[in-house]
Design a protein around this ligand. Sequence first.
Ligand code: UN1
Length: 528
Amino acid sequence: MSRESTAQRESGVHGHYVDGEFRAGDGDTFESLNPATGETIATFRRGTERDVRAATEAAERAFEQWRGLSYIDRAEFLWEVFHELRDRHEELGEVVTRECGKEIGEGKADVTEAWHMVEWAAGNARHPHGDVVPSEVAGKDAYMRRNPRGVVGCITPWNFPVAIPFWHMATSLVEGNTVVWKPAEQTPYCGQVIAEIFDDAGVPPGVFNLVQGHGDAGAAIVEDDRVDTVLFTGSAEVGHGVAERVAAQPGKNASCEMGGKNALVVTAEADMDIAVRAAMMSSFKTTGQRCVSTERLIVHEDVYEEFKREFVDLAERVAVGDPLDEGTFMGPLVDAEQVEKFHEYNETARELGVDVLVDRADLDPGAIPDGHEDSAASAADGERSGSYANGFWAGPFVYETEWDTDKRCLTEEVFGPHVALVEYSGDVDRGIEIHNDVAYGLTGAVISEDYREINRYRDRAEVGLAYANLPCIGAEVQLPFGGVKRSGVGAPHAREAIEAVTERTAWTVNNDEEIEMAQGLSADIITE
Ligand code: UN1
């Protein structure tokens, strides 16, 4: 095991993991903060272009040997990672919660989702790969096989700081690629623990590399010539930039999954209990910070008043608090920038004349978790006291309005507990029309007891993930995860990630002693 050197540990600054060892790095430092308290969790080095180059060189060097192993042998290393993730479930789940603020049940589920992905990718190693394809010529065998593309650059977000890296890396590695990964700057400690897991699992040097840092380190990965494929999950603005940069580099591939402005359509035939529960889960789990969270609830006029009453009642009472407490439904937002963005959109909604139904955006002091109100004063002094009063707290903000695409709070992703109720009349097609009337298309759900309405939604909804009578969060790993329209280019996930990280070869073998061509083409060599 090559854990950090004593000097490195004592310096209190964590570096990168390159070529099978922890390296100090010499970039500026940055801190990981606990969003519930504002406290510093740990200090890290920002990856520089030089660090990224060292990582991509190591990954390139390791590639030949790694690709030379069988699928099964590569998967064996991933099974070690799988067991490490399970063994460190509680600990890592808590790290997730401390670092990104989502409540502990979600923190642990993040780790579970990670090992599910590893299980899928490693298990898939023993499944058939490719297709046997008939040939026009009886003496020929034709089939498809795949080769790894080489070095895969993975850029991942903070909201699923353990699961999403494994969406990218598990498949890439089993398929024979090596990886260079940059975690989100908000969740570097999760990255550090994952590097320890790869190290403890004995994954050969250079196969897995981690560079901590900010957007400039991510950009260096995208620009690096040694990187053959970029997998990106995160915001639309960054993701579109990544896709454009990669498109300008012939031979490089990108698969990017971005956010959405997701919606639930609650029809006149909805079961109200399912509708309200699905809406609460979809809007407020992870404090609205999933790319699959809903910020639009489109409800038929026949059930609108009942839905509104029940949803508003719950949104007023839903438990916002200490994310480590199992009695909490919503933890804080991830950082000050998210808080600011959330408030800005709430303000925009007011200016655009919506009717506000629930405003817990600025939680009143009584809502700050027990026993910590008294340190509000030190927060005001700008001190990091570790008090919940220093956390990035926000509660639900819910409003009702007519559908109007000029209201940008209805069409742009906020990434917080900012939710619009929109009433519709007529048949389900009108609900679906509003649902589709945005530039994004990641996920959505229809709530109805009428199978015709569900099928209509199934056929017409412009989304990559769709649900009926369920929240539109909580996808399982074996389904492709990616969107349409502005929400994505490819799906950097499970089976679909295989497309991005491998080259397909259409392979034809002649078993006869003569050459016989397809399409009736003569194989005679005609001479003068
Ligand atoms: C995200 O929303 O950023 O489907 C990822 C879900 C999780 C993954 C969410 N499995 O809710």
